[in-house]
Design a protein around this ligand. Structure first.
Ligand code: SF4
Ligand code: SF4
Ligand code: FES
Length: 260
């Protein structure tokens, strides 16, 4: 597979800066020398790749940059996010911007928030052999095996809570001997939890009701008529909630405060 096909267009690699400590790495088998302080993502760009896939937030949030790598003389396949992992000498690197996984189609409104829903949509969940490979693969340090165990038990709340930090990189699934797609099972759990189990927020319902009564229309129309300077002045005059305010904080002007 060519560079262009797998991770992006070829751009011009950067010339070496004086005093830079360079280390050799291998990108899909080809040797490059890159500064030792770079993340894999920056090293790919330094080597001349323009990333058009497998790169999103650059901050460990979007999960687009799943990468596998291996050191010489090691039998282990290592995994990590390219934007978070610093290069090491002689790394062999390949990106997995997308991993093909089983994804059930469903209408969340009609599904019961029980273990039987997970069993029906993802019956392979019961094939888990408890090997822990998924947990060891996760760049977000999530105990993936534990949330799969919650899915098997039908404990939707724990499944949702334990998988909350998942960035959908797919690395856990790539190495699962039971061919589970853990992150899609987790998404189902979080959707069931959010739609059917989490208590309704009264203030949101009240806000929707007030909006339907067009309670804020006059304020919005007044704002729309303001010039940029007037908007800035109005914004600066607002009483801003202090950073460390407790949950009982209310502004002095209670015009827009909704009572429960
Ligand atoms: S890698 Fe697969 S089989 Fe192993 S613990 Fe995780 S879900 Fe279970
Ligand atoms: S649970 Fe799986 S998909 Fe989610 S962040 Fe961890 S390895 Fe990536
Ligand atoms: S680019 Fe978003 S997690 Fe790496």
């Amino acid at each position: 597979m060519s560079k262009t096909e797998s991770i992006g267009k070829k751009a011009v690699s950067k010339p070496k800066q004086k005093g830079e400590n360079l280390v050799p790495i291998f990108i899909m088998g080809k040797r490059y020398e890159v500064p030792a302080s770079l993340t894999i993502q920056k090293a790919l760009e330094y080597a001349g790749y323009q990333l058009v896939r497998g790169c999103g937030c650059r901050g460990g949030i979007c999960g687009a940059c799943g990468t596998v790598f291996r050191y010489p003389n090691s039998y282990r396949i290592e995994v990590g996010l390219a934007c978070q992992t610093v290069v090491q000498p002689d790394m062999y690197i390949a990106q997995i911007p997308f991993f093909p996984g089983n994804k059930a189609v469903y209408d969340i409104e009609t599904l019961p928030a029980t273990g039987s829903t997970i069993a029906a949509l993802y019956p392979e969940v019961f094939k888990c052999v408890g090997c822990g490979t998924c947990t060891r693969s996760c760049p977000m340090d999530i105990d993936v095996m534990a949330y799969i165990s919650k899915a098997i038990q039908g404990d939707i709340t724990s499944l949702a809570e334990n998988s909350f930090d998942c960035v959908m990189c797919g690395l856990c699934s790539a190495r699962c001997p039971a061919e589970e797609v853990q992150y899609n099972i987790a998404v189902l759990g979080r959707r069931l939890y959010a739609r059917h189990l989490v208590p309704k927020a009264r203030h949101v319902a009240k806000a929707v009701e007030n909006s339907e009564k067009k309670l804020w229309d006059k304020t919005l129309n007044d704002l729309k008529k303001m010039s940029q300077d007037e908007l800035k002045k109005a914004y600066k005059a607002l009483e801003i909630e202090p950073d460390m305010a407790d949950e009982f904080w209310v502004p002095k002007d209670k015009t827009y405060v909704q009572e429960d």
